[in-house]
Design a protein around this ligand. Structure first.
Ligand SMILES: *[C@@H]1O[C@H](CO)[C@@H](O)[C@H](O)[C@H]1NC(C)=O
Ligand SMILES: *[C@@H]1O[C@H](CO)[C@@H](O)[C@H](O)[C@H]1NC(C)=O
Ligand SMILES: *[C@@H]1O[C@H](CO)[C@@H](O)[C@H](O)[C@H]1NC(C)=O
Length: 182
């Protein structure tokens, strides 16, 4: 009985991950634009050189779910697919869960890090993760495509894609309450 329940769960997950252009449901994301109040637990992931905090957001851009960096004061979200940099004013914001720890860890070359936070899938059904890079006087959030082996981000001052093979990845893991299980 238990075994078949497990198999069923695996089968369901298999179906979920086989769907392209799908939002990942592991984290809590809330709709955002300039009219919505900023959630107090929205995750800040970067800083631009003009002194604005960059919140972690996501967008469905033509069927590719990608991270965006959001400036809450202007309601402008910027991001990049594998081929197109874009800006939009409608997005979802990543909010933190009290039982989880969020951490940026150094990584490179498209390695899949344990507990990496995914935003969802591309139209080609590749999972997309959240990365950031220290560049141009800021800490800028971008899209990690494992197959590209790089963090792609929309350049700050011009409308083009910058690619970095060394970057940080956002990971989320359950909080350690001081109890260790062996
Ligand atoms: C934000 O979204 C809501 C709901 O879709 C909409 O009513 C509102 O006009 C939007 N505001 C902006 C600034 O886009
Ligand atoms: C994302 O957008 C595409 C169309 O561009 C649509 O087919 C797909 O269902 C959307 N995905 C989600 C999760 O809204
Ligand atoms: C850790 O503490 C939080 C808050 O008290 C609790 O909700 C959560 O279940 C705890 N997690 C574990 C693994 O014990």
């Amino acid at each position: 009985m238990y075994k078949s329940a497990c198999l069923l769960v695996i089968a369901l997950f298999g179906v979920v991950y086989a769907v392209p252009s799908q939002y990942d449901a592991e984290q809590t994301w809330v709709a955002g634009n300039l009219s919505y109040p900023l959630p107090s637990n929205a995750l800040i992931g970067g800083l631009d050189p003009y002194g604005y905090k960059l919140y972690v957001g996501r967008v469905n851009f033509s069927g590719t779910i990608v991270p965006v960096r959001v400036v809450a004061e202007t309601g402008i979200a910027s991001g990049s697919t594998e081929i197109v940099p874009f800006t939009t004013r409608t997005y979802q914001l990543l909010t933190t869960n009290d039982n989880m720890d969020y951490e940026w860890i150094r990584s490179y070359d498209g390695i899949l890090e344990e507990n990496a936070v995914s935003v969802g899938t591309t139209a080609w059904n590749e999972r997309v993760f959240i990365c950031r890079v220290k560049t141009d006087g800021g800490v800028i959030i971008g899209s990690l495509f494992l197959t590209k082996k790089a963090c792609l981000l929309q350049a700050l001052s011009y409308f083009y894609i910058q690619s970095f093979d060394k970057y940080e990845v956002l990971v989320a893991h359950p909080k350690n309450n001081g109890t260790y299980y062996y």
